[in-house]
Each structure stands twice: as C-alpha cells, then as structure tokens.
Design a protein around this ligand. Structure first.
Ligand SMILES: [Zn+2]
Length: 487
C-alpha cells in the first residue's frame, strides 16, 4: 500500500493583530519531501504516529509538505495558496495512491476563507476522487460539515494537554489501511450543539471534558464503533462553525453513529455551565503564591497564551512581581525580539535598562521598563522533553535571560507556548529551585509542570486567549450560542 502524507497546521485567533505569513511558518515548521520523515520519526506528534503506524502495516509513505506556525491571526492568502498548490501538485505527481493521510488542525482561518481545512480537503478530494482520506484534527478543531463530508475518517485528539497526538496518528494510519483493505466501511455522524466553551475550562484531567470522554471511551468499546471524537473547539476563531462538536464513526451502521452522537451532544449541552471558568486577579495570585510554603508555585498566565494566538508579551504579572519585590521568580517566556537583541548587543554580564513586552497588543497592557543584568544568551534551540511534543526540536530564536533583582525574564524571539520545563532549563535556570514560575499557557503547561509544581494558580491577567469570551467582539459565529447568549 502507498499513502500520501502531509501536514498543514494552524490555529487561527481571528482577534489577533499578528499576521501569519510565510515567515511565521519558516520560523516554526516548513519542510518538504523525505525531510519530513527524518524530522518526525519517533516524535510525540501526529506525523510521528502516522510514520510509525504506516511502518507497522507495511505501508509506503509518499511525504509532501509539513507546514505549521504558532497560533496568531489569519493565515496570509498567498501562503495558503502556495501550500495548497504544492500539496495538490505533489498529489498529482505521486503516482498510484491507496490512501491520503493528512495532519490538519481544524481551526485554520485564511484571509477571505473561514474554513481553511474544509477548503483544503475539498481540493484534495477533487484531485484524488474516491481514494480514502484519513485526517487527524486537533482537540481545538472547529469542525465543519465540509470536513466531515469530505474526509473518510476524522480522528480528534482526546486529551488536553495534547499527549495523544502520536496515538491518533497511529490510529489514523491503521484505520486508513483497514478501509483500503475493505475490512471496515465507515459511517459517520456529526453534531454541533450551540456551545462555545472557553479554553481554560476544556482540560481533560477533570471537569466536563473528562466526563464526555469517559462516555465516549465506553462507547468506543462497543461492537461496531470505530472511533469517537469530542472536539472542544477553538472559541477565538470568530467563524460560523466555532465551538464544540461531536464526531462518531461506526462500521457500516449509520443508526448507531447517529444515536451515539445524539447522546453525546445532549450530555455536552447539559454540562455547558461547567466549562465556565474563573481565575485569580493578578495581585491576589502573586500574593498567594509568595505566601505558600514550598516551591515552585506556577502562575499560569492563561490569557497570554501564544498557543491560543495571544501575543505572549503582556507584562501585568511581571509588573506585580517587581512592584512587591519578589525574588526567585522566572517569567517564561516573554516574546520580545527587540529586547532580546538589545541584550545580545550588550553581552552577558552587562547591565541594561530597556522596555520589555507590551509592544504588539497595547490593548492588553503597556511595555514595562526594567533594569537588569544579562544573565544568559542562547540561539534558542532546545528539544522538547515531553510529555507533549516529545523529541521535537524547538526554536525560540535569539533568547536572553534578563535578571532583574532575581526576577528572571526569559526573552524570546519566536512565539512559542511555555509547555515544557525544558524551555526554562535550557537557559540555565533550575525550575525546581524557583519560588515562582510564570508560564504563558492556558492548559498545555499542566502536562510538564503539574508533576513538579507545589501548586498551580491560574491568573486572570489581560490577553487574547482570555476565557472571558464576553470581552471579545464576535461578529461571525452562529448565534445564539452559549455562553455568549443565554439559551
Ligand atoms: Zn489544541
């Protein structure tokens, strides 16, 4: 068997002023052909799982394109057109194919095109005809009818933090091989209750998503059920189909798929209020962290999560740490290429005074002028230790640690979510020795930091990944929808 494989992945925050153009993909991930197999084999990613799963079934992979960028504003239409054209040209040049494996996000919004993945899948379908298409989608996918009708099977991550990406990639490869071999005939059902759950309420360790996945996991063990995905959705993509959705795939049993999807959709609706979320005001959170015995205490800056499309450069928690003279604290990581460059120019050991952060998104806080000593400089390359993204190379660009009276600010040049303690360790800071770790992440940090943290406090600071959806001016999402509307 021969499977075509490609990745096009972006989570688009349509409220973000940061454009997602070719340079953002180049800084994050843009690979072609055989290089993809070398880069991803053995990693905790969908592509890693697809490569593994294909090998286990004796499937030959024809790799095309792997394009991913940090979440931010709409994807530039020129880049999307280029990636799509490249992928379609590779498909036509690939020779006979038995299946298509695609690692997509599901919340990609392109300039002038709200349903990026739906458009891409329709173009692939038009090119390959009846060849089966297996797709992995992020837990945050805003699934549309176009995606459901075009793909043969969709496989959503079942975890947030996303620690099952490689498992879903393996599953997608195995199920696609089953379809090709005629062992299964998928029938699917899709439901879209009018719900837009905020990000910080979506974790799967406990709460409403745990209960929905406990139900889904039990259903998946029933005879004739192939796979079930409960997509929590990405609320900050202001498009018609944003929000939670249910996808049930059965083996040639449409009534069963429909019945299970109805049951899950009703359960999700009944749990809608449990997704609503509150965090601590900045001053309370910092005071409480300092008062706790033991270390480290993680202050989660959930609203300035670059992984949700926020800038990653807000300064409100840092401002409070400095105001009260906290010591033994690390802020990981603040996106500010200018400040990092100034530190590089000054050199290790130099004392500098400069404004940090607050430069991109002034509506969520101003720059903060600090004086400190340049403690460490780095090219920003590290390897994720996991559990998420294990084995993947991370590139933060030019990176500096600025030490302001023992409040250490990790200044980075490429926007990346703080989801791995290695992002602190690789610049010479021992996270276990710090009293306070500020991480810019909504939920993903929990996979790496829960095992080492004395306590975790979620902070209600300003930012574009805030769970207060009422703070955003939605214009395109279908209405009425909870919690924007009381239903
Ligand atoms: Zn996600």
């Amino acid at each position: 068997m021969r499977f075509f494989v490609a990745m096009v992945s972006h989570e688009t925050n349509t409220f973000s002023p940061i454009p997602t153009d070719r340079r953002q993909f180049e800084a994050h991930d843009l690979r072609y052909g055989g290089e993809i197999l070398e880069a991803y084999r053995g990693t905790g990613t969908c592509l890693g799982g697809m490569i593994d799963g294909a090998a286990a079934r004796g499937v030959t992979l024809v790799p095309s394109l792997a394009a991913g960028a940090s979440p931010a504003g709409r994807v530039a239409k020129e880049f999307y057109a280029e990636a799509k054209a490249r992928l379609l040209a590779d498909l036509q040049a690939a020779g006979p194919l038995d299946g298509i494996l695609l690692d997509l996000h599901g919340a990609m919004v392109v300039e002038g095109l709200d349903d990026g993945e739906g458009d891409l899948l329709q173009a692939v379908r038009a090119t390959v005809g009846a060849v089966p298409i297996g797709v992995t989608l992020d837990f945050h996918a805003n699934v549309t009818r176009a995606m459901v009708d075009t793909a043969t099977l969709l496989h959503g991550y079942k975890t947030y933090p996303h620690v099952d990406m490689d498992a879903r990639g393996r599953e997608a490869a195995a199920r696609l091989a089953d379809v090709v071999a005629g062992r299964i005939r998928p029938t699917v059902a899709y439901r879209q209750p009018p719900m837009l759950p905020p990000i910080a309420g979506q974790l799967t360790a406990r709460g409403p998503m745990r209960r929905l996945y406990d139900m889904a996991d039990a259903m998946e063990r029933r005879f004739g059920v192939l796979s079930i995905s409960v997509f929590a959705g990405f609320p900050l993509a202001d498009i018609h189909d944003a929000g939670l959705s249910i996808y049930v795939a059965t083996d040639h049993d449409q009534p069963l798929a429909d019945a299970l999807a109805d049951e899950l959709a009703a359960a999700a609706w009944a749990l809608r209020r449990e997704f609503l979320h509150t965090a601590l005001p900045v001053k309370d959170a910092v005071a409480r962290a300092l008062a706790l015995d033991g270390r480290p205490v993680v202050l989660a800056d959930i609203a300035d999560n670059t992984g949700g499309g926020a800038a990653g450069d807000t300064t409100e928690i840092l401002r409070e740490l400095l105001r009260i003279g906290a010591r033994g604290a690390t802020v990981a990581c603040l996106w500010d290429p200018e400040a990092a460059a100034a530190c590089v120019a000054a050199g290790v050991g130099a004392t500098v005074t400069l404004p940090v952060g607050g430069k991109i998104d002034p509506s969520h806080g101003a720059p903060l002028t600090v004086s400190g000593r340049v403690r460490t400089l780095s090219d920003g390359r590290f390897v994720y230790k996991g559990p998420m993204s294990r084995g993947v190379e991370g590139r933060l660009g030019s990176t500096a640690v600025l030490d302001v009276n023992d409040v250490k600010i990790i200044l980075i040049s490429h926007r990346r979510q703080t989801l791995d303690s290695e992002m602190i360790r690789f610049v010479g800071i021992d996270p276990l020795a710090e009293k306070i770790l500020v991480v810019k992440s909504s939920v993903h940090y929990r996979a790496a930091f829960e095992p080492i943290a004395r306590a975790i406090l979620e902070v209600d600071a300003p930012g574009l990944s805030s769970s207060h959806l009422g703070r955003f001016a939605f214009t395109r999402v279908r209405r009425p929808i909870f919690p924007l509307d009381e239903l």
